[in-house]
Design a protein around this ligand. Structure first.
Ligand code: GLV
Ligand code: GLV
Length: 312
């Protein structure tokens, strides 16, 4: 836990801080959590049975500074009666903004284009050079319609998107109405989308859901964007889809593993834009997330209602 996350009220508790900007190794983490009543973690820290056992029976609350909670073993937490806080809402705008940036960078080939300009590839203005795909008159598909999916659609609408479609484990009429999105099956989502944004949580149901079966139904001009979790994508299948021109491009803010090794085949593809998990990385949002995570932790320790508690 970097020290700037630390609020004054937190000093009423005995804090053990990881003030280095590095991830603690598993053994070190297991040692440090021993006897703790609360843990404030980030998404790189696995909160599983081993860690909970190492912490021991005093542990009352786990507060993660993230909206995603696939790094938490919810069953194990529930079994032990440990309360869980997370940070939804405060990062929605920031993540939506980055998703749009990544979508445009991918569809209009911005990374390739700056590289060409810098490295001498810019011989002259050429009619089809660096052509991409535009949002105007397009169909945008959203896999997993939650707060972030809606915020992305709201931002894309002024680009004259023709139609929004979505799929999810359930109909989301209230959210869908906000962006006039039509519910379709996963097959139809793949078939109709010119741009497909992945906005679902990583769960056993969504693990590897973006695989050959999905990519092979997509349009040749389709752009695939993932700002949720790497685990929803079968990366070998995505590599095949991108390298054989089955789809036009992919923008990934999340991968498996993270960091993605620099020799990974996806890095060799010009039509794949890879970011190092930065969707919520604005000063404002990271500060809001840290404050919310701290407030969740404090409320949990005091036995009060948490500002954002995950219902287990
Ligand atoms: C970021 O990926 C988060 O879950 O907050
Ligand atoms: C492009 O710069 C154009 O003038 O068409």
């Amino acid at each position: 836990m970097p020290s700037f996350f630390c609020r004054k009220e937190m000093y009423e508790f005995n804090l053990i801080l990881n003030s280095a900007h590095t991830i603690l190794g598993c053994m070190e983490l297991l040692k440090r959590v021993k006897g703790c009543e609360g843990i404030l973690c980030v998404l790189t820290e696995k909160i599983d049975a081993q860690l909970l056992n190492a912490a021991g029976p005093n542990l009352k609350v786990v507060s993660t500074m993230s909206v995603g909670f696939d790094h938490l073993s919810l069953d194990e937490l529930k079994k032990r009666g440990i309360r869980v806080g997370y940070t939804p809402d405060v990062l929605t705008d920031c993540v939506a903004e980055l998703t749009v940036a990544l979508l445009l960078a991918t569809s209009r080939r911005l990374i390739e284009a700056t590289h060409e300009a810098k490295t001498g590839g810019w011989g002259t203005w050429r009619t089809l050079w660096l052509c991409g795909h535009e949002l105007a008159n397009s169909t945008v598909g959203i896999l997993g319609l939650g707060r972030i999916g809606v915020a992305i659609a709201e931002r894309l609408k002024p680009f004259k998107v023709k139609k929004f479609i979505y799929t999810d484990v359930a109909l989301r009429p209230e959210l869908a109405n906000m962006i006039e999105a039509e519910y379709v099956s996963l097959d139809e989502l793949a078939k109709q989308s010119d741009f497909l944004a992945i906005c679902c949580a990583l769960t056993p149901e969504t693990y590897g859901i973006c695989n050959w079966n999905l990519f092979s139904k997509m349009k040749k001009n389709a752009i695939f964007i993932n700002t949720s979790r790497g685990g929803v994508v079968n990366q070998e299948d995505l590599y095949e889809a991108l390298s054989t021109g089955l789809i036009a491009g992919a923008g990934l803010d999340v991968t498996t593993p993270e960091p993605l090794p620099t020799h990974h085949p996806l890095f060799t593809l010009k039509n794949c834009v890879i970011l190092p998990h930065v969707a919520s990385a604005s000063y404002t949002t990271r500060n809001s997330m840290s404050a919310l995570a701290a407030n969740n932790l404090l409320a949990g320790l005091r036995g009060e209602p948490m500002p954002k508690e995950l219902k287990l």
